[in-house]
Ligand binder design. Structure first.
Ligand SMILES: [Zn+2]
Length: 472
């Protein structure tokens, strides 16, 4: 038994001791033969196949083309939305309509010359081999490819049994082996793509969707080697662990070496992968480095507010650019922008969060510390503005360790004239020796940028978003 299966089972036993239901337990089929049980449970866990009841799977029932399209479509994460298809014999309201259209669009299954898909026609072992080979990108003869990869074995008489119909249990076994090499009859993958993780606490899962349990977490910048992808997920190895990681959080090029199986292009071209909260890509963060151009802001010798806050703003922007959040800057160069144009920019870009970045100054050089402003009237998002301010303030204090001047109500144009949760961060006092030492230090500026970034994530977390994987 493979390592992760042992782990998953031990984990499930622990959960069952705690009285917690798991998807693995839920698939308590009494009619599945033991030779196919792990594979069927694996696909049920991933939502690829379902039982006919909580305790029965109907393992010996033959598979129709509509079912095959659905199972494979789910496995490689195609769009299953029921809709009109290119075929004249598929009811747009049928359970399989979406997957049939998606799978035809990818050239994995096709219809006949009269425009029929024949959804009720039974699938043979030979047809199954071709469907799986096309879906997972295997080249050459499909039956040979499946046998070489340890996905299928021949019949006892040495043939593939191409013309025989295939049962639900057997289809599940072949499909789970195609998805996860741990089920295969032999070791047949090469980890040849050199990649790096781009998010912290990134889950390695037993299968290619968030429905599968996590078997480990890795920090950003971890080296992993990839073997092949299934939809938007890649089968990787890091240390002694193998499993699936959302390709959205992997960067790097394919290294030299033989790729045993060509990677299938991601099913959904645009992020997000299922690993992240699907609401995040709808969120736009507006970053507003204060002053600029002819307006230097506060100055202390050669140290100018406009340079410090632009530097920090660009760093925060870069952090958000590596996430599914949208991010816009009111200025990304040394240019003067009128206050009214800053809030107008935020509104025009339909911002969901506005963060202005400044540094303080005082004629009293002993004045020091970090503070964040919100506006308690005018802007309709007072509570959220206050929340956003408190989260950014807490992170900035943690990063620089300066005096806590708190969050304050401030009648400031960019906060008042805005129509989204808005905060204005004053990193510290440029006029104070201790505070300004931080502003001259590139490492400290990176640290406060991460703090602002994490503070904005904290705000989203408090609003119920799952942003854990994005923390720096
Ligand atoms: Zn300022």
């Amino acid at each position: 038994m493979k390592k992760w299966i042992t782990f998953a089972l031990a984990f499930c036993m622990l959960l069952s001791l705690l009285g917690i239901q798991t998807p693995v337990q839920a698939a308590g089929f009494v009619d599945v033969p033991s030779r196919a049980l792990n594979e069927v449970n694996y696909l049920v866990q991933g939502g690829v196949v379902q039982g006919s009841s909580p305790t029965t799977f109907n393992p010996y029932q033959t598979i129709t083309r509509a079912e095959a399209a659905t199972f494979v479509g789910r496995a490689i994460q195609l769009d299953g939305t029921k809709r009109q298809t290119r075929f004249n014999d598929v009811n747009p309201g049928s359970f399989a309509a979406g997957y049939i259209e998606s799978i035809a669009a990818k050239g994995i299954m096709s219809g006949d010359s009269s425009g029929k898909f024949s959804p009720e026609k039974l699938v043979t072992r030979g047809e199954m081999a071709i469907i799986i080979a096309k879906a997972f990108g295997y080249t050459g003869n499909a039956e040979t490819a499946l046998m070489n990869l340890g996905i299928a074995s021949g019949m006892s008489n040495g043939s593939f049994g191409s013309s025989q119909t295939i049962t639900r249990a057997d289809f599940a076994v072949f499909l789970s082996r195609a998805i996860n090499p741990d089920f295969r009859l032999k070791q047949s993958v090469t980890f040849s793509s050199k990649l790096k993780s781009t998010a912290n606490n990134l889950n390695i899962r037993t299968g290619p969707s968030t429905a599968y349990p996590s078997i480990g977490k890795i920090p950003a910048g971890t080296s992993v080697t990839g073997a092949f992808s299934v939809g938007g997920w890649m089968f990787v190895k890091t240390g002694s662990v193998t499993g699936f990681i959302s390709t959205y959080y992997l960067s790097g090029s394919t290294g030299s070496g033989t790729v045993t199986e060509p990677a299938t292009p991601p099913a959904s071209p645009a992020p997000p992968a299922a690993e992240i909260d699907s609401r995040i890509p709808t969120q736009t963060i507006i970053l507003d480095p204060g002053h600029g151009g002819t307006d230097p802001g506060a100055v202390n010798g050669s140290l100018r507010e406009k340079d410090i806050v632009l530097n920090v703003g660009l760093k925060v922007n870069k952090l958000f650019e590596q996430t599914p959040f949208k991010v816009k800057m009111t200025r990304s160069t040394d240019t003067f922008i009128k206050l009214a144009d800053r809030s107008a920019f935020a509104k025009n870009n339909k911002g969901n969060v506005f963060v202005s970045i400044h540094v303080n100054s005082s004629t009293n050089s002993s004045a020091n510390g970090t503070e964040t402003f919100y506006y308690a009237a005018g802007n309709p998002y007072v509570t959220d503005s206050k929340l956003l301010s408190s989260k950014i303030q807490a992170r900035m204090l943690e990063a620089w360790g300066l005096k806590d001047r708190g969050i304050k109500n401030g009648n400031l144009s960019v906060l008042r004239e805005n129509n989204m949760p808005a905060a204005l961060a004053e990193l510290g006092f440029i006029s104070n020796a201790g505070d300004s030492a931080k502003m001259k230090n590139e490492a400290a500026l990176s640290k406060i940028s991460v703090a602002i970034y994490n503070g904005i994530l904290d705000y989203y977390k408090a609003k119920g978003y799952d942003i854990t994987a994005l923390y720096r």
